[in-house]
Write a new protein. Structure first.
Length: 406
């Protein structure tokens, strides 16, 4: 499959990142290295509604809808005078950067010049025929005044929801983003006042998930495969029980690992099993509150779902166990070509993962990144996994070297 490409320079904690993205993508790194920033930029670049104004050049002072996307995702303050973002996929190529307006260069009293006003220049280039037709149809829908599109910024016209539902969704999908705060979903039914200082982004996320989990499909017991538990929603309240038990209890009193993982599984079920559609899912720290074996079970579930429904996954993580789990599934795919039955007895074929569909990057503290896929072995570099795990081992080794005086 054609890999998407994302370039980000001088944006928040990111100095220079260039990624090739496949169907399964992992970003690993220490805290504050920019994993979530990269994931959110990708999300904004995948939303048609954040890109369309770039094509029509409407009110460039506001950077069209793209700046609205940055504001919604809490990224607006990261944009600097030397920021550059470029996203390239099979349907379109989008880039944005600040451009000096030479007509606005002014002169100080000491005769030195300074730039009085720069503009932020977005560029949207359609590539596929489907995307070109999408833009063409939108242009026909857009009301004109003297041949010019009516300015969105002044509230003259809003793109109809039917356009997104009937046309945009057939060409591209808006990613579903799971933040680290998803464990608070079990408290959401108590109302917004129960969660102080909640951001608009998080509140909108909780509203979306809340509306989905209250649907009729989840009012009867559903099996949550990675956790081996049962879940159903009764009058807005999530209830859970272990698979081999009979008594249900409230989700908000359940283990934190249940609270952070159940929303992921329910949304995968909603889009895949109920709506029968592929989807892009972006998950911050899928390992949240999970024991290593449960992390492995969750990754197997996510891979099997993306395999079956041709969906896309990007996950940010701190966990070397996530990398090891993926490596095992990629290794099973390679070994299974030559001995399918024996390999299937170890790792079910549903969990086999084609290495050519995987991208894995480590974000560094200097705002750059390295590709940690070994191109020869087609696996995540074992040395990188060991290095991520080595910090505590170093302390142990140092303690072991201390001689005890009797």
């Amino acid at each position: 499959m054609e890999k998407e490409k994302l370039v980000i320079r001088n944006f928040g904690p990111i100095k220079n990142v260039e990624l090739e993205l496949g169907r399964i993508n992992i970003l690993i790194g220490e805290n504050a290295t920019g994993k979530s920033t990269v994931a959110k930029v990708l999300a904004v670049c995948r939303y048609f509604s954040f890109l369309v104004d770039a094509n029509f050049g409407i009110h460039e002072e506001f950077v069209g809808s793209f700046k609205n996307g940055l504001i919604i995702w809490g990224l607006n303050d990261y944009f600097k005078h030397d920021t550059y973002i470029n996203y390239d996929c099979k349907h379109y190529q989008f880039s944005i950067q600040e451009e000096i307006d030479t007509a606005s260069i002014a002169v100080n009293e000491d005769h030195t010049t300074y730039d009085n006003f720069n503009t932020i220049k977005p560029t949207l280039v359609p590539k596929s025929q489907e995307f070109k037709l999408l833009l063409s149809y939108l242009e026909k829908l857009t009301p004109k005044i003297n041949g010019e599109p009516l300015d969105f910024a002044f509230g003259g016209w809003i793109v109809p929801n039917e356009f997104y539902k009937n046309y945009v969704s057939k060409v591209m999908d808006n990613p579903f983003y799971f933040p680290t705060e998803r464990g608070l979903q079990s408290l959401f039914s108590l109302g917004q006042s129960s969660i102080p200082n909640i951001s608009n982004f998080l509140f909108n996320y909780f509203v979306k998930v809340d509306s989905i989990v209250k649907q009729k499909e989840f009012k009867s017991p559903n099996y949550i495969e990675p956790l081996k538990i049962m879940y159903y929603n009764s009058e807005g309240q999530g209830l859970v029980r272990k698979y081999n038990e009979t008594e249900y209890y409230k989700l908000d009193t359940a283990a934190s690992g249940y609270q952070s993982t159940i929303p992921i599984v329910l949304l995968f079920k909603h889009y895949h099993e109920i709506r029968k559609k592929s989807k892009t899912f972006i998950i911050e720290e899928p390992e949240l509150n999970l024991f290593p074996t449960a992390q492995n079970e969750l990754m197997r579930y996510l891979v099997s779902q993306t395999n079956k429904y041709n969906s896309t996954l990007l996950a940010t993580t701190h966990s070397p166990y996530i990398l090891t789990s993926l490596n095992n599934m990629m290794y099973a795919y390679q070994k299974g070509k030559y001995n399918e039955i024996e390999v299937s007895n170890i790792i079910n074929k549903d969990y086999w993962l084609n290495p050519h569909e995987v991208s894995c990057y480590r974000l560094l503290s200097d705002g750059t990144t390295i590709d940690i896929i070994d191109n020869e072995l087609k696996l995540i570099d074992a040395g990188q996994i060991d290095e991520i795990s080595r910090y505590l081992n170093e302390d142990y080794d140092k303690l072991s070297d201390i001689k005890i005086n009797n």
